[in-house]
Design a protein around this ligand. Structure first.
Ligand SMILES: Nc1ncnc2c1ncn2[C@@H]1O[C@H](COP(=O)(O)OP(=O)(O)OP(=O)(O)O)[C@@H](O)[C@H]1O
Ligand SMILES: [Mg+2]
Length: 395
C-alpha cells in the first residue's frame, strides 16, 4: 500500500498514531498535577519499564496534557556522562523567567533566579559542565553552599514558591533517569522531599529502566514512599489491538482477524514491536483487507530491520566479554536467570563474572529483578543474541 500514507511510527520517542492503553496513568497524573496546583499533597511518579515499551512518548504526552491546562513544565533527558545540575539549570532558568512574567509571582521568580545564580556559581567547581545564563546577581547564603544536596533543595524551594504564587504548578519531566548517578539522584530526591514537606506545587515525573526503583531506594531509603513507580509494560491485548486497528481504520484499511492475532502473538504487545509490525505489514500488503500472509511476509523484514536497528545499536556498545555474558543468558532463554546458572554456561565462577554483570547493569542492558537474578532490559533480546551469535562456538 502507499508508503507515503503508512501511519505507523517505529522509533525512539516517536509519537505513535494511537497512544493505546495509557489513559488510566495519564488520568492519574492529571489528577496529581491538579492537586499540586491547589496545594494538596500529590505524589510524583517514576514510569519504569523495559526498552521500547513507550515510556518516552508517555512522558511527553503527560507533559502536553499538563501544558494544555496551564501547568508549567520543564523536560530533560539524562544522557550518560552529563551531570543532572548541568541539565536542570538552564531548564529551571527558563521556567523562572516565564514565571517572572506573571505579576503575582515576579518577586519569588526573581529570587529563584538569584538562587540559580548562587547554585550555578558555586557548583561549577564540582560540575564543570554547568552552563547557564545568569539574569540576576546571587544572594549571599541562597543556594550557594557548594553542596548539591543542600543547594538543589534551596533552589527547588524558590521555584516552588514562585509557582505557588503564580497559582500554577511546575512539573519536571526527566527521561532516562537511571543514568543519573547515586549522589545526584539522592539530591533530587531530597529536593522533592523538601518541596513536599512545604507543600509546594512541584511534581517530578521521571522515566527509566526497571532498575531505577532500586537505585532510588539505595540513594534515599524513603524514595519508595515518596514516589509512585507505575510499571509501563507491554500493552494488554485490547489496547494492543487498538494500536494496530485504529490507525488502519483512519486510513480506511481493514485487517483480517487471524492477521491481527498474528501481530499480537509475535509482538507480545510490546509497543515498539507493534509499530514495527504495523509498519512492515502495511508495506507488505497490496490491498485492504490485510491478510495473515501479509503479516507473515512482513515478519521477515520486520525482524531483519529490528536486528539492524533496535537490537543492533545496543549490541554494538558491548565489549566482547559482555556479549559473551548476554549470549550465555540467551542460551538459557528469556529469563530472568540465576547468576549461578549463567556462570555454569561457561564453567566460570560467579565472582569472576560479577564485574561484567555490573557493567551490563550500568549500560542499562540487564537488571536485577531479585537478588541474584539477572534479566534483559530489552524485550526479546535473547532471541536476537541467538540470531547474531548462532551455534555454540561463543563458549
Ligand atoms: N501506547 C502506545 N501505543 C502504541 N504505540 C506506542 C505506545 N507507546 C509507545 N509506542 C511506540 O513504541 C515505540 C517506543 O516508544 P518509546 O520510545 O516511548 O519507548 P521507551 O520505553 O521510551 O523506549 P526506550 O527505553 O528505548 O527509551 C515508538 O515507536 C512509539 O511510537
Ligand atoms: Mg525512551
Amino acid at each position: 500500500m502507499d508508503p507515503i500514507r503508512n501511519p505507523f511510527a517505529p522509533g525512539a520517542g516517536t509519537p505513535p498514531p494511537e497512544l493505546a492503553g495509557r489513559d488510566d496513568l495519564r488520568n492519574a497524573l492529571r489528577i496529581a498535577l491538579e492537586r499540586a496546583r491547589i496545594g494538596r499533597p500529590a505524589k510524583s511518579a517514576m514510569l519504569v519499564g523495559l526498552r521500547g515499551v513507550g515510556k518516552t512518548v508517555l512522558l511527553d504526552r503527560i507533559r502536553e496534557d499538563a501544558e494544555e491546562v496551564g501547568i508549567h513544565t520543564v523536560r530533560i533527558e539524562a544522557p550518560e556522562g552529563r551531570s543532572l545540575p548541568a541539565l536542570l539549570a538552564p531548564q529551571l532558568r527558563q521556567a523562572l523567567l516565564r514565571l517572572s512574567q506573571i505579576e503575582a509571582a515576579k518577586d519569588y521568580a526573581v529570587r529563584g533566579l538569584r538562587a540559580l545564580a548562587g547554585f550555578a556559581g558555586k557548583l561549577k567547581v564540582t560540575f564543570a559542565d554547568i552552563e547557564v545564563g545568569l539574569d540576576y546577581a546571587p544572594e549571599p547564603g541562597l543556594a550557594d553552599n557548594g553542596d548539591l544536596e543542600h543547594d538543589l533543595q534551596a533552589l527547588f524551594e524558590q521555584v516552588g514558591l514562585a509557582a505557588k504564587s503564580a497559582k500554577t504548578a511546575l512539573a519536571i519531566f526527566i527521561d532516562e533517569l537511571q543514568y543519573v548517578d547515586e549522589p545526584q539522584l539522592a539530591a533530587l530526591i531530597t529536593a522533592m522531599h523538601r518541596t513536599e514537606q512545604r507543600q509546594l506545587p512541584v511534581v517530578l515525573v521521571g522515566a527509566g529502566l526497571p532498575q531505577l526503583r532500586g537505585q532510588m531506594g539505595n540513594a534515599k531509603s524513603y524514595a519508595e514512599r515518596l514516589f509512585d513507580f507505575p510499571e509501563i509494560g507491554p500493552l494488554p491485548l485490547p489496547a494492543a489491538r487498538l494500536a494496530i486497528e485504529r490507525p488502519l481504520a483512519k486510513e480506511g484499511v481493514d485487517i483480517e482477524d487471524d492477521a491481527l492475532e498474528q501481530i499480537l502473538r509475535v509482538t507480545q504487545g510490546y509497543a515498539y514491536f507493534l509499530q514495527q509490525w504495523g509498519s512492515h505489514t502495511w508495506r507488505a500488503a497490496s490491498q485492504s483487507p490485510i491478510t495473515k500472509a501479509d503479516v507473515d511476509t512482513a515478519s521477515v523484514t520486520a525482524i531483519a530491520a529490528l536486528d539492524e536497528s533496535f537490537f543492533r545499536v545496543r549490541f554494538d556498545r558491548l565489549t566482547p566479554k559482555e556479549k559473551k555474558y548476554l549470549r550465555a543468558m540467551a542460551e538459557l532463554g528469556a529469563g530472568p536467570h540465576r547468576s549461578g546458572d549463567i556462570a555454569a554456561c561457561f564453567k566460570a565462577a560467579v565472582t569472576s563474572l560479577a564485574p561484567t554483570r555490573s557493567s551490563l547493569i550500568v549500560k542499562g542492558m540487564v537488571w536485577s529483578p531479585n537478588h541474584g537474578d539477572t534479566a534483559f532490559t530489552v524485550p526479546m533480546f535473547d532471541k536476537f543474541m541467538k540470531r547474531i551469535v548462532p551455534g555454540q562456538d561463543w563458549r
